[in-house]
Design a protein. Structure first.
Length: 132
């Protein structure tokens, strides 16, 4: 095996490890975000229209956006009148779930854009906006 191929494989392995460590830290420090939302919010026209407009698809009990392979996806889950907002990062080592508004640099620019759309939904329910 040539030295350049070994270097490339080492860089990839290092990158995967860094992504895993950053996601693990975010999950450990900011594991969940739960919000109180209006009763029946999941099935409301407001949420269903917003989810469709923003590309969220119901899979395995969660409204998910993104394929989560080499990047992240966002999951929205409901339990009664509570809503969970999680960012899911896949490092190939493990999948880490953490609060979408976690104050960490990991994926901050993309999560800021996602939060802007989520804040549009929260405004329709007259709830305060989220920030990083």
């Amino acid at each position: 095996m040539s030295a350049s191929l070994i270097g490339i494989l080492g860089a990839i392995a290092g990158g995967v490890t860094v992504v895993h460590m950053m996601g693990s830290k975010a999950a450990r420090l900011h594991p969940e975000l739960w919000l109180d939302v209006p009763e029946g919010a999941e099935h409301s026209e407001v949420f269903q229209s917003w989810a469709k407009e923003n590309g969220y698809v119901l899979k395995n009990g969660a409204y998910t956006k993104g394929n989560d392979l080499f990047n992240s996806s966002t999951e929205i889950r409901f339990e009664g009148s509570r809503m969970s907002l999680l960012e899911c990062s896949n490092s190939l080592i493990a999948k880490n779930r953490f609060a979408v508004n976690a104050p960490v640099n990991f994926g901050k620019a993309w999560r800021r854009k996602k939060l802007a759309k989520i804040n549009e939904l929260l405004a329709q329910w007259q709830l305060p906006p989220l920030d990083l």
